[in-house]
Design a protein around this ligand. Structure first.
Ligand code: DC
Length: 210
């Protein structure tokens, strides 16, 4: 059976950084599943399609090629906003979850990060991590990233966006963001991302099957 590491948590909690570090360390391929929702949203925006037509969105989702997910293009703010709308559509989730499972189950293992990996996509994952952090600190990290890129940012607006995104991800009816019952909780506002990586390694290394 593939050795799957499932990482969930809210936006900007550090789960992407943690997923990439674990992927490098254990030599396992990594899928940022948020990019699949973002790619679907971008395909709709590029084609000039409405963002509230579930049938069209599901068709676009079914055509996403996981080999062509370009983070630098897909990280744009308006794509994130559109992604959180299409992510609430059950037919979109069915199509993307099928592709994510194929990725997870091909080969010796994989690291997947998102919102519903431990609960829906890979409920039998070997290790489940739920990475969280205080919302204000997550907004501060986002703000610092944007400033470091030399762009302008408004902290209050980013903090507001973090709260709205959390409410949408945790409040939707289909696959809301929540820790799986058997997830290990890592709070990066208390421990920092490097310490979270060391804690995750200790959890993974304690298993004999990786
Ligand atoms: O993590 P992100 O900002 O790239 O995610 C984009 C949107 O997709 C966000 O609103 C949450 C949603 N998402 C989801 O519903 N399920 C996942 N497994 C990953 C992301």
């Amino acid at each position: 059976m593939a050795f799957i590491i499932a990482i969930d948590g809210p936006a900007a909690a550090g789960k992407g950084t943690l997923a990439r570090k674990l992927s490098d360390h254990y030599g396992l391929p990594h899928l940022d599943t948020g990019l699949t929702y973002r790619a679907t949203a971008k395909a709709l925006l590029d084609a000039g399609k409405p963002l509230d037509d579930e049938a069209i969105a599901a068709e676009m989702a079914g055509a996403i090629d996981l080999g062509w997910l370009d983070r630098s293009v897909l990280s744009a703010h308006e794509i994130g906003e559109a992604a959180s709308k299409v992510a609430a559509m059950p037919a979109v989730r069915v199509a993307l979850v099928a592709a994510q499972r194929r990725f997870a189950e091909t080969g010796k293992g994989a690291v997947l990060d998102g919102r519903d990996i431990g609960t829906v996509v890979c409920p039998d994952a070997a290790v489940k991590l739920y990475v969280t952090a205080d919302p204000e600190l997550r907004a501060r990290r986002r703000f610092d990233e944007i400033i470091a890129r030399g762009e302008a940012a408004d902290f209050d607006r980013i903090f507001e966006d973090v709260k709205i995104r959390d409410a949408r991800d945790m409040g939707r009816a289909d696959s809301p963001l929540r820790p799986a019952d058997d997830a290990h909780l890592l709070d990066t506002s208390k421990m920092g991302i490097e310490a979270a990586f060391q804690a995750a390694r200790a959890i993974i290394d304690a298993r004999s099957d990786h």
